[in-house]
Design a protein around this ligand. Sequence first.
Ligand code: NAD
Ligand code: UGA
Length: 463
Amino acid sequence: MKIKKICCIGAGYVGGPTMSVIAQKCPEIQVTVVDLNEARIASWNDADVKNIPIYEPGLSEVVSEARGRNLFFSTDVEKAIDEADMIFISVNTPTKTYGAGKGMAADLKYIELCARQIARVSKSDKIVVEKSTLPVRTAEAIKSILDNTGNGVRFQILSNPEFLAEGTAVEDLLNPDRILIGGDTTDEGQKAIEALVEVYANWVPKDKILTTNLWSSELSKLTANAFLAQRVSSINALSELCEKTGADVSEVAKAIGMDSRIGSKFLKASVGFGGSCFQKDILNLVYIAKAYGLHEVADYWEQVIIMNDHQKRRFANKIVSTLYNTVSGKKIAFLGWAFKKDTNDTRESAAIYVANDLINEQASICVFDPKVSETQILSDLNYLNSRNPDENRNSISVLDNPYEACKDSHAIAVLTEWDEFKTYDWEKIYNEMQKPAFVFDGRNVLDGKKLTEIGFIYKGIGA
Ligand code: NAD
Ligand code: UGA
């Protein structure tokens, strides 16, 4: 079966970039990305492509090439479902905030709504692709909903998890390490897998397209994120030991990373990992393990989260203890708010938790981030519900100039590794700060030696 029309439900950080690249690479396929969020769709359709809702290097170029040709963004979900041969579900699957599994399990209500809508609207056979990250065996639930409509339409369900990282989404989509497609072992299942393989084969070498059964594919996604996050927590755990022993975590990371069995990537000590998925997916894995009675498995993975929470708190505590045990009334400048560089995404960013802890200590925070707005920063803090919105507004200010943000501050905390921070005039920043002038580099991005020569008291992570 050759796919002619694709519909993607969910125009977020995954649906938007993924479908833009499919449309760019497969001009003969019509790709329609739909979302309930009208403002988001309006931004994707903005005449000025610079205003698309997601900042990703290279994305606006891909969108301008394909949009209007074979890439469309729309709020008409039913029409797009009806017309498509293949439907990607790329909606959010956040951690549950209520009921059984609250704070751990993935909330699948948006997935189920999509399945029910597909079941209701479809008049012809379709392949439904899970693009969202889902608990293992979710395809079973989707299948049960789709197969019980009684309208005779036949559905095949595939799992095709997404491995892109934000900030490098376009590069990751163009040159993926692998594409994973899981499906039924029946003949129909294998044909559906083949149809999706052919879509990707337009630009991905076939030996990088891996096919498995549904459950292996679903579980591999959670496992990949758990392993990646585990590496960060492992090196962060060692960073604390380095600070006590005189070892330098960057040197340790380099030394172990040169062992080809360990590998050098994802060993950068930091103020803690953030992002919408690592925590959510590990909590989900822990919940699944517990549900099967595998308590040792659950405890093992939960430790990755416990370590990450400790690392964020430790960073805030270190600022307070170094500033003579009080930050009350002191100005602390934050360089960066996004959860990593080259994205405007702030979900679960370490900056939010560090700011919250420092505000509890009555610090006054001034933030500069090249891509994150004041509205977003305030909404992130308000989401924690630690105090009322007016108190948050009085405790934090957001400036669009880094020099102004740092001026008169007692300390600077680097929360995101934006490249531009390295290029600032650090002499000027030093001259305009309170003395002694402290820099807490939560990303080890600045040149500590140079900053110390200027006069700063520089504290990196793990040294
Ligand atoms: P997102 O919140 O940015 O986007 C999801 C979109 O789905 C929202 O715009 C929402 O309005 C829309 N939506 C929800 N229910 C809908 C419905 N019934 N009909 C139409 N639209 C609906 O989320 P995201 O970051 O794109 O993540 C989506 C999924 O992909 C999650 O499962 C996530 O775990 C996974 N994932 C994310 C990343 C990432 O880097 N963000 C990477 C790999 C996988
Ligand atoms: C991560 C995975 O890398 C993707 O493969 C996956 O598709 C995605 O999650 C997802 O499922 O959502 P992402 O969260 O976008 O991607 O970004 P990462 O580069 O993985 O960084 C995550 C966090 O870990 C960031 O806060 C980053 O600063 C931190 N990190 C990463 C470190 O502190 N040290 C490192 O060495 C690497």
